[in-house]
Design a binder for this molecule. Structure first.
Ligand code: MTE
Length: 316
């Protein structure tokens, strides 16, 4: 077991800054077919983000990461989405005809305003912004990705969780006809993930509906996923159809499949190894060298206080 502690690299205040925002919300919604201008579909994915005209806006996080952005081709061709196969190239290959329209998101459980939303209604009240985040997979590879989304806290406030709600559970679509991976017992389908309510409300936690200023390609979790940048990538549930507020800790797909290897918290922690490999270093996709992994993936300043007093070795 490695005990080396890598220095913390908190996000600097300069990171919370006025940053380029893709003000193309209308265009984005149009592309997504959300304002009735037709289906752009996967053809969009091939187009370069530079085709859009960025305008000034406010965005939180990641200005200094811009030079490190992982290219579009890698972000959209090296994926984990076991519903479409277990090889990294499977999702891009097998999700091309995945239907994301119409799409309904159900909100259930301990909440004052449960409901069933079309994707359009789910997104409409929120202002989309760009978030450039480090993305660290539990398999010790990483990327830097410019997500397009909105704070999960805004959504949570709007549906008014009851005082008894302590956790939020997210569920991916179950549709073995469209998702060939669900015909094999790789996981106990559907894919389920969960967050403690304070984690879900943290300003860094977002729902993502796009990447590189474009609607999410299917392989990245279209049409709706969430992103929690200080946690290993498996915490971010793709193609979400259900959000449930609960009192008890949700049973998540990976912790059910292999509880000794995948815990509920899954905070990026270079000092706590996966039972079968070290988490001290990572390989950024596109690079040969291995980088030091940062505590909480570099977001300790914003998130460490949520875990004060907790034994992170036990709560992996
Ligand atoms: N969500 C679903 N529904 N199915 C999956 O297999 N894989 C997870 C996560 N969300 C997964 C999922 C894992 S292990 C990672 S690392 C990230 O998605 C990968 O996201 P990306 O392909 O956009 O990089």
């Amino acid at each position: 077991m490695l005990t080396r502690i890598t220095p913390d690299h908190p996000v600097r205040s300069s990171e919370i800054t006025s940053e380029t925002q893709y003000e193309s919300r209308r265009q984005f919604l149009a592309e997504a077919g959300l304002i009735g201008l037709g289906v752009a579909g996967m053809a969009l994915a091939a187009r370069n983000a530079g085709a859009q005209t960025p305008q000034q806006g406010t965005s939180i996080g990641g200005a200094e990461l811009k030079p490190e952005l992982t290219p579009w081709d890698d972000v959209t061709s090296y994926n984990n989405f076991y519903e479409f196969g277990t090889h990294k190239s499977d999702p891009a290959e097998h999700a091309t005809r995945f239907r994301t329209k119409p799409w309904t998101v159900k909100v259930e459980g301990l909440v004052s305003k449960p409901g069933s939303y079309s994707l359009e209604d789910f997104i409409k009240p929120h202002k989309l912004e760009e978030r450039i985040y480090r993305h660290r997979c539990v398999e010790a590879w990483s990327m830097v990705i410019p997500w397009l989304g909105f704070p999960m806290a805004d959504f949570i406030k709007s549906v008014q969780p009851l005082g008894s709600a302590k956790y939020v559970e997210f569920t991916t679509l179950l549709d073995p006809q469209q998702m060939p991976g669900q015909r094999s017992p790789v996981l106990d389908w559907p894919y389920v993930e969960g967050l403690r309510l304070d984690e879900a409300m943290n300003p860094l936690t977002i729902f993502a509906v796009g990447v590189y200023g474009k609607m999410l390609p299917n392989q990245n979790g279209a049409p709706l996923r969430h992103v929690i940048p200080w946690k290993y990538g498996f915490k971010s549930c793709k193609s979400i159809v259900k959000i449930r507020f609960t009192e008890g800790m949700p049973k998540t797909a990976w912790s059910v499949a292999n509880p000794s290897e995948y815990g509920f918290f899954a905070n990026v922690n270079p000092t706590v190894d996966h039972p079968r490999w070290s988490q001290a270093k990572e390989r950024r996709i596109g690079e040969f060298r291995r980088r030091d992994t940062l505590m909480f993936n570099g977001y300790a300043q914003q998130v460490a206080s949520m875990y004060s007093g907790m034994d992170l070795r036990r709560n992996y």
